[in-house]
Design a protein around this ligand. Structure first.
Ligand code: SF4
Length: 368
């Protein structure tokens, strides 16, 4: 009799991973490590196996999220991957929380652009009670005006604040675990992994869905990535952003050179197999780390951000929509607003296009 946990690198193993995921059974620890480390892993069969549960739960749809950094910098915490941390020398513009009018205007822009969800992110350890009440009013207002789902990422919160936000109708609270518990102290010293887990638990107790993920490429081992994947499963997190470190000059955590495009795809596959029903988002750093293999990320992942990240640029929205369409997927946007970024019916599918070249074809030294 064959051992279903056995790894031998043949096609039966990919089928076994898919079979487990389709019945919401996690891979064994040995299988999880093989996904990341196996020298006999073939990328395309692995991606195809990860695509099966992705298709089962999300079809070929891709959820599109827009981030609004409503307060930047000025943070007392020391998360070493973040250019807003108190010790970072990154040249970022610091600003206190934007005005309500500005936030409402930006929410409208995102809704009209076709985003299915609007994510507001504020730097800092966590909001005061007064700030929490203001955020609750913003959540109420945006939902009433646009019928769009709202997500907040505002640092640590307790039960009292979670109750206020839950009552306002907040759909999701983002708070990333980022890495394994044992690796956490190497990336941050001003709060603990347990603080982060407690925030997710408080949100859940008050009916707010959690969004929590990781950042790969911060000097962690494969075992750290496996551990955080299983921790997110244990916490039943329905939305998992998978970030790949963006090495920002001036930050304490710099790239560990582990992130090849293939490694990124294996990490996304791991997250899909361990969390088969979750929304897996290919998040920060997708452009620079996946490079030419970006569109393959849509096989394990069913969600992404457009218009860049908190402090860094990403691909132009239109290029991302084109990448989604070219790979045979479709945007699962806000049906009230297909958005000016959606590809028009009158835009031909075929055609020559050099991304990032602004329509220029001839080399500058050749052009007259
Ligand atoms: S991740 Fe959040 S808490 Fe940590 S330094 Fe950045 S803004 Fe502050």
């Amino acid at each position: 009799m064959t051992n279903p946990n056995r790894i031998s690198g043949n096609h039966g193993d990919y089928d076994e991973l898919a079979r487990r995921a389709l019945t919401n059974e996690a891979p064994s620890a040995e299988q999880a490590r093989w996904i990341l480390e196996g020298e006999d892993v073939d990328l395309l069969p692995l991606l195809h196996a990860a695509y099966r549960p992705r298709f089962e739960h999300f079809g070929r749809r891709v959820m599109v999220h827009v981030l609004n950094n409503i307060q930047n910098g000025l943070c007392p915490e020391d998360c070493g991957y973040c250019s807003q941390n108190k010790d970072s020398d990154a040249p970022i513009r610091k600003y206190p929380m934007k005005s309500d009018d500005e936030i409402f205007a930006e929410a409208e822009k995102a809704a009209v652009a076709g985003a299915s969800r609007y994510c507001m992110v504020a730097s800092g350890r966590g909001p005061t009670l007064e700030r929490t009440k203001r955020l609750a009013e913003l959540v109420r207002g945006i939902k009433q005006r646009h019928g769009i789902e709202v997500c907040l990422s505002i640092g640590l919160i307790d039960d009292e604040k979670a109750a206020i936000l839950g009552e306002a109708g907040l759909d999701r609270l983002n708070h990333n675990l980022n890495t394994s518990e044992s690796h956490y102290a190497r990336i941050c010293s001003t709060h603990t992994y347990a603080d982060r887990v407690a925030t997710l638990a408080a949100a859940k107790r008050h009916g707010i869905s959690s969004c929590s993920g990781l950042i790969a490429g911060m000097g962690e081992t494969s075992d750290d990535l496996v551990e955080v994947a299983f921790k997110l499963r244990e916490l039943e997190v329905p939305s998992i952003p998978v970030n790949f470190l963006i090495p920002i000059e001036g930050n304490q955590v710099q790239e560990d050179h582990s992130l090849t495009p293939e490694r990124c795809l294996r990490v996304l596959c791991l997250m899909r197999f361990v969390n088969p029903t979750a929304e897996i988002r290919v998040a920060g750093g997708r452009e620079g780390n996946l490079r030419d293999l970006q569109s393959l990320s849509l096989y394990p992942a069913n969600s992404l951000f457009v218009e860049g990240y908190l402090t860094t640029m990403g691909d132009a929205t239109r290029d991302t929509y084109r990448m989604i369409a070219d790979a045979g997927f479709e945007v699962d946007g806000n049906s009230d607003h297909p958005g000016p970024f959606a590809l028009d019916a009158d835009e031909p599918d075929g055609g020559f296009h050099l991304p990032g070249r602004g329509g220029e074809i001839l080399k500058p030294e050749i052009a007259r």
